[in-house]
Design a binder for this molecule. Structure first.
Ligand code: GLC
Length: 453
């Protein structure tokens, strides 16, 4: 038997670059706070990185919304169509997932909207509402400059989409045009919103303290309630004190603000992405990138001879082969147990991994996910401190938050350390924020237009 060398201490040392110190976290919070102010400010908005888009949503649901609504949800891993019934004491929702094939994600905008309209028509037929004129809410989870509740100009694609002819255009119009091209559906688009906004709406429907919505899924973003007087660009109906701001914080760092904590792995992810230089914070946090960050570290440590006896596998060296869900699975093993880890390494062609290797792999996963949880916590604490309200519930959705076994606990601990004294917070998992939120936005808009009529 050869000599067994314990490489774990070396791996731990190497992973130190993924550890963000408390001092660095505070610095990140200061920088994010400044960027939020720039996004909100009239003279600074244009050059700002964290855009803080106005959503034109000024009313949270009051629980009295009623009726049948359709919703579209585009922007995560899946595209969904939903029908939602809001009743006195019940909430009934049916939905169907449709694939967005890669050639549509990267094809033309017209093809994308035609595909969406077709899925919508099929869904309406299946649910016997094909002939009805229903109100629709559209969750479109990309950066939108909103000019009203039903008008939003796409600023940039994120998360692997790149359909041509949509950036700079009104997305609601794109959808309406596709519906008109078919000529068989009669719908009223009542509102367009982001998934973070939907999450906030859907949690607020149940919990009046909910004032922040966060997504930690394919992408990363937050929406919060801001005082209208702080939104210098707001030109809508005066008289309401508050409105919802879609921060688009995933872009934080695009001007180099986060370079002091970025690593070689982050730079490589960015360089190989479809949108280099963009969505820097998101690339350090979200599900689209987390598995790949782990893989890059594993590759490096294998090449250094610290893992797998220096022998990788074809799959390990292949981009995208280490799924983000593996991180959650590996960290779900109890301390000292490596059942999931072993299965995953076998799938990757690394059945020669020893127990020491597995401990190393787990440590890499923990370093990457812990950093992500701390960065999101820094963002949430910045918002909580800025809002300075005594009690706030944060509604959170997204696959990373939902499925990672320790994300919630890591965030609770970190945020508690970072919030100003006297602020009480809690984190609430949002049940299907983006779908429900779209229906609620449509419902609130309908309620208001009925009141106005
Ligand atoms: C990306 C999008 C943003 C969305 C987030 C989460 O950051 O730009 O609009 O909310 O992903 O899906």
């Amino acid at each position: 038997m050869g000599i067994v060398v314990n490489n774990l201490p070396r791996i731990r040392e190497e992973c130190e670059v993924l550890h963000i110190t408390d001092k660095q976290i505070r610095e990140i919070m200061n920088r994010l706070h400044n960027d939020l102010l720039k996004g909100l400010g009239k003279d600074t908005h244009e050059k700002s990185i964290v855009k803080c888009w106005i959503t034109y949503i000024q009313d949270l649901p009051n629980g009295k919304e009623r009726g049948k609504f359709l919703a579209l949800d585009l922007g995560g891993t899946n595209f969904r169509v939903l029908i939602i019934n809001l009743g006195e004491n019940h909430f009934d929702m049916q939905s169907k997932i449709y694939a967005i094939p890669n050639h549509i994600m990267t094809g033309t905008g017209v093809a994308l909207f035609d595909h969406i309209a077709e899925c919508l028509a099929n869904f309406m037929k299946e649910h016997d509402v094909y002939e009805e004129r229903l109100a629709l809410g559209f969750t479109f989870s990309f950066p939108l400059k909103q000019l009203g509740l039903t008008k939003g100009i796409l600023q940039r694609w994120t998360k692997g989409f790149s359909c041509s002819g949509v950036v700079g255009e009104d997305v609601v119009q794109g959808l309406k045009d596709a519906i008109a091209r078919r000529g068989d559906l009669s719908l009223t688009v009542m509102g367009i919103l982001n998934d973070a906004t939907g999450t906030l709406m859907s949690c607020a429907h149940k919990n009046p303290y909910c004032r922040i919505g966060v997504i930690i899924g394919t992408g990363s973003n937050a929406c919060y309630v801001e005082k209208t007087k702080n939104c210098e660009l707001f030109d809508g109906e005066p008289g309401k004190d508050e409105l919802l701001i879609n921060t688009e914080w995933g872009a934080f760092g695009d001007d180099g603000t986060l370079d002091f904590v970025r690593t070689e792995f982050d730079r490589e992810i960015d360089a190989n992405s479809i949108n280099p230089g963009k969505q820097i914070q998101e690339k350090m946090i979200s599900g689209m990138y987390m598995g790949e960050l782990v893989r890059l570290a594993l590759v490096k440590f294998t090449r250094m001879g610290l893992l797998f006896g220096g022998h990788g596998s074809d799959l390990l060296f292949q981009r995208g082969s280490f799924y983000t869900k593996y991180v959650s699975e590996i960290e779900s093993d109890k301390q000292g147990d490596y059942t999931s880890c072993m299965e995953i390494l076998e799938e990757l062609g690394l059945s020669h991994a020893t127990e020491a290797d597995m401990a190393g792999v787990r440590h890499v996963c923990e370093s990457v996910s812990r950093r992500a949880a701390h960065l999101v916590s820094a963002g949430i604490a910045t918002l909580l401190n800025k809002m300075a309200e005594p009690r706030v519930t944060v509604g959170i959705d997204g696959s990373v938050y939902r499925f990672h076994p320790h994300f919630h606990a890591l965030m609770c601990d970190k945020i508690a350390q970072l919030v100003s004294p006297g602020i009480q917070f809690d984190l609430m998992l949002s049940e299907d924020g983006s779908g429900r939120g779209a229906a609620l936005v449509a419902a609130v808009a309908c309620r208001q237009s009925q009141q106005a009529a």
